[in-house]
Design a protein. Sequence first.
Length: 228
Amino acid sequence: MELQRKIMAYCERMSEAFWAEPLNAITNIAFLVGAIAAFLYARRADRLDGPVLFLCLNAFVVGIGSFLFHTFATRWAAIADTTPIMIFILAYFTIAMNRYAGLNWGRAALAMLGFLVAMIAVSWVLNILLRDIIGGSVSYGPALLALLAIGTWLASRGHGAGVPLMLGAALFTVSLSFRAADQPFCSAWSYGTHFGWHLLNGLLLWWLIMTLIRHGRPPEPASRTAPA
């Protein structure tokens, strides 16, 4: 793998210069602001436990990784961009299984592994069906479907996180549309639309963490009946 090889992936980048993607680079501040805002809220609400803190830090790193990619635009920077995003998706799913569905951490981890396998399979199918339409954005399809499915399931059970997660899926749909529209709209708007993906996804990660803070109570330990 040539880690220093340049990647000209987005409409805004017209050269290999560091600041060739000013909008795509600067709008990563949305991730940093969202992460800090969620962190401060959790601390004020006395809900800053391990999972919440991890997601806040993860969201902050997502912003840094994306900034690196849209400035250096190399293969190593692409890895720095995509890895924190994948970690956030898998971490949030695992925490959701624990905090929303009530699974213990072992079962939540097993559910996450099943979700990872499903992601790979669904991505493969979507890549065949939709690659020519939405390009690389197809890889985020499984995460969107999972968010919608979990939100709908929780809403049907009257769980407080259900509707917020469904709203998050709607926001994700819009942000994904901005990502997919970047290249097709190049001729009409030279800056592209990828920056909208950053702004809306920064809002989305904040929203998902806030939903966890407000509705993700740790499962109650199983009660034990004393022997007669």
